[in-house]
Every structure is written in structure tokens, then in C-alpha cells.
Design a protein. Structure first.
Length: 448
């Protein structure tokens, strides 16, 4: 079927759906030569009369792909064109390996994968999946994820939205970034401009969209201290909403996005309020010691960022080629937060009054998961076949050549069991797990 005949057939399908199609010259060249829009509450397809015929065919097919066309009889070529354009610019890819898209480098394929470079691709992917009854998983940088060896039966929506803008506000500057922006690039952007508030979060892998979900934090800072708005697609209503800090439900490495109403929202962008000319955060002991060792008593934001990167690099917590510890999720377990009485019991078992601890505002106490793992009998660099602990940090599980997701999970279970037997403390895994069965303390009881 040639393009003219295919366009006529697509126009006939639109007529069957009662959706008008207007072809008129656009004032500015749009992406995709046209799209579906809503006028007075009713759908309408606008096509650019100046666009080439093949481009108008693709634009109309893409627009129809966002409508309920399953029951409409049409020529096979027309249905194929709609299917091909129904998500973004391409058909969802089938059986896409996820291991290369995750920092652990293990795991099976996604049943389907869509890379969303525009917000309309996110809408279209969700609609495509809903019509077929296929679940959706949202993938960012893959730095906090373990995918099962069998893969995941879902549409994996990889967020690739880009864009950064800043706006002066009373007493500060609001920095807004699209969810697909690399996180450390945004931190560098802020630090180089003298905007305080993110400097201690340097070197953390992943994308902006994950930061409010995980309430990303390190070295005395958390994004909950600076996030003022999260722009997200609410899957329950198919509308874009803007959520303030209270609606985000921030807690230690947690939020409403992660544990309150998981899978309800797709984060599209995040706004952070920063302090131009503000002093850096130097309250964390490791950072203070490193700065002191450099002879810096009044460090700049850039100097604090340099120290944080150096500390993280010494622990293999900066993703760098050639590092034998590179294939990991970073910290595999959350630092446990316990009541004071429980901490006393752990200290008694440890027999060490110098056990590291950090008081929380609510009276509870945070302990070091890495310290507990090492005191439970594991050493940095210990291996169990193709997986093991990082040689530089006892909290990172590293996948070596030949490792499978099952190996990673089984080793994580070993660590959990040893810490519980030694101290009575249950460590909870931090990464998301896809394709596994029910979880206990963040891991499946039987990974096979």
C-alpha cells in the first residue's frame, strides 16, 4: 500500500472513531509533523500540511495508536502502521536484554522496551501497555536494580527525558531538571554556579527521576532537604500532577513513590531549591576529615564536591571503567534504624562500645550496615563464586564475570542471615528487584 492510499485508510479509521483530522500549515515545525490533541474536551488530530506525505502518515498513525482502535476493521497495512507508531517513534522493542542497562550487569530481558525521549512517549507507552494488559516498569539509570535471570514480563519504560532550567526565587534559585538528566551532571551544574544544597550528593550514579523516589542521600545531605516539587504522570488518572514535599512522603531512603503508592506515578521532572552563595555542608565526619587533610578550613562548594568524589572513589562508589568493583548497585543494604533499647542489645552482642551509630531526630539510632557485615564474619573482597563483597566497601555486592542475578540474591541472603544470627538485626536490601517472587526484607526467600 503506497503512502497516499495508507493515509486515506488511516483517515477512514479516524472517521470511524469520530475523531476529526485537520490538515493545515503549522506556524512552527512541530516534532513528528502532528499529533493528537484535545479541543473543548474532544480529541482532534492536527497534521502539518507542509510536512512530507510519509511524515503525515507516521504522525496520523502515531495519533491513532493512542486511541481504542482494536475493534475498528482496517486494512492490515494500516493496523501495522498504527502498531509501529503507537509508542514514541518506534514499535516497542521485543526481548531487550536489560543487563547492559544495569550497573550490576546481570539479569534477563524485558518483554518489551520503550525509550521515552518526550513526555508524549510516556503517555503512549502506558496506553499501549494498558490496552494489552501488560504491566509497566520504569527504568532510569539501572544503578539500583536487580533483574531476575528470566527477565521481566513487562513493558520497561526507560526514561530519557532531558532538559535543565533555573529560576531565581526569593532567597534562592529553583533548579528544575527532567527525569532523564544524569544526576551527577546536575550536581556539577549547581556546584559550578555556586548554588549550595547538592554538593555532598556528588558522584551518585543514576538519573534525576530516581532521586525523590529513593530520597537519595549521602554524607549528611538528602534531596528531601531541597526538593520543592515533583512533576509526575499519575497513572490512576492519566494526568500530569505537581507534588510538593509533603505529598512526597519523604523518609530515610524512602518516599510515597517507593513504598506509599508504588507504581502510581512516573516521575517526569524534579525541582530543587538551592542557595546561591550558600555555605557547603561539611558536617559529616568523613568529609570534614578529608577537607582537614587537604588543609581546607573554609572550603568552597567545588572543594567539598572534590572531597566527596575522592571519598566515594576510594570506596569504588564512583562508576569508572577499569574498576574491578564497578559492577554493583552501590550500597546493597539500608543502614538499620533501631530503637535505643534495641541498639543497646546490639552493642552488648558486639561487645564494642565504639560501635558506630548516628542519632535520628525521632530518638531512634542509625547503625552501619557495613560495620555489622564485617563484624558478622565477612571481609572486603570475600567471594562466593562469581559474586562477592567489594574490595573497598563491605556494603557493595559485586558481580564478577559469569555472575547471575540468582548468585547476587543468594549472596545477599547469606549476608542477611549472618548479621541476624550475630546481632539479631534484619538488614533490608536497598535495590529494586524485578521478576522475582514475593520478597522478605527486600529479597526473595528462594532466588531460584
Amino acid at each position: 500500500m503506497d503512502d497516499r492510499t495508507l493515509l486515506d485508510e488511516l483517515l477512514r479509521v479516524a472517521g470511524k472513531l469520530g475523531v476529526p483530522v485537520r490538515v493545515e500549515p503549522f506556524e512552527t515545525a512541530p516534532a513528528g509533523s502532528g499529533d493528537l490533541c484535545t479541543v473543548d474536551g474532544r480529541p482532534l488530530v492536527l497534521l502539518d500540511a507542509r510536512a512530507a506525505l510519509p511524515d503525515r502518515v507516521r504522525a496520523l498513525a502515531r495519533a491513532l495508536g493512542r486511541l481504542p482502535v482494536e475493534a475498528v476493521y482496517m486494512a492490515p497495512d494500516a493496523r501495522e502502521a498504527i502498531e509501529a507508531m503507537s509508542v514514541g517513534a518506534d514499535r516497542p522493542l521485543d526481548a531487550v536484554p536489560l543487563a547492559p542497562r544495569c550497573t550490576l550487569g546481570v539479569g534477563g530481558p524485558a518483554r518489551f522496551l520503550v525509550e521515552a525521549r518526550e513526555e508524549r512517549d510516556v503517555h503512549a507507552a502506558l496506553e499501549w501497555a494498558a490496552r494489552r494488559g501488560v504491566p509497566v516498569r520504569v527504568l532510569g539509570g539501572g544503578s539500583n536494580l536487580v533483574v531476575a535471570d528470566a527477565g521481566v514480563e513487562a513493558v520497561v519504560l526507560q526514561i530519557a527525558l532531558r532538559g535543565v532550567r533555573a529560576q531565581e526565587v526569593p532567597g534562592g534559585v529553583e533548579l528544575t531538571a527532567a527525569a532523564g538528566e544524569p544526576w551527577d551532571g546536575l550536581v556539577r551544574h549547581a556546584v559550578e554556579r555556586g548554588w549550595a544544597g547538592l554538593e555532598c550528593l556528588s558522584g551518585i550514579p543514576g538519573l534525576v527521576g530516581a532521586t525523590p523516589i529513593q530520597n537519595v542521600g549521602a554524607y549528611g545531605q538528602e534531596v528531601s532537604e531541597t526538593v520543592t516539587a515533583v512533576r509526575a504522570l499519575d497513572r490512576a488518572t492519566s494526568r500530569v500532577v505537581v507534588l510538593g514535599p509533603e505529598a512526597c512522603g519523604f523518609r530515610y531512603r524512602d518516599s510515597a513513590f517507593k513504598s506509599g503508592t508504588p507504581d502510581r506515578y512516573v516521575v517526569l521532572g524534579v525541582t530543587y531549591r538551592l542557595r546561591p552563595g550558600g555555605p557547603p555542608n561539611v558536617g559529616y565526619a568523613d568529609v570534614g576529615r578529608h577537607l582537614e587533610g587537604r588543609g581546607l578550613r573554609s572550603p568552597s562548594l567545588v572543594e567539598v564536591r572534590e572531597s566527596v568524589l575522592a571519598i566515594r572513589r576510594a570506596k569504588s562508589m564512583v562508576l569508572e571503567e577499569g574498576d574491578p568493583n564497578r559492577r554493583s548497585c552501590g550500597s546493597f543494604f539500608l543502614n538499620p534504624i533501631l530503637a535505643a533499647a534495641e541498639v543497646a542489645a546490639v552493642e552488648a552482642r558486639a561487645g564494642d562500645p565504639a560501635m558506630p551509630r548516628w542519632p535520628e531526630r525521632d530518638g531512634r539510632v542509625k547503625l552501619s550496615a557495613a560495620w555489622l557485615i564485617e563484624r558478622a564474619g565477612f571481609r572486603r573482597g570475600d567471594r562466593d563464586g562469581p559474586v562477592g563483597l567489594s574490595t573497598r566497601h563491605a556494603l557493595a555486592i559485586v558481580a564478577h564475570e559469569g555472575a547471575r542475578a540468582t548468585d547476587v540474591v543468594r549472596f545477599g541472603r547469606r549476608l542477611q542471615a549472618a548479621v541476624h544470627a550475630r546481632f539479631g538485626v534484619r538488614l533490608v536490601a536497598e535495590p529494586a528487584l524485578w521478576g522475582f517472587g514475593p520478597l522478605e526484607d527486600g529479597l526473595p526467600p528462594d532466588p531460584d
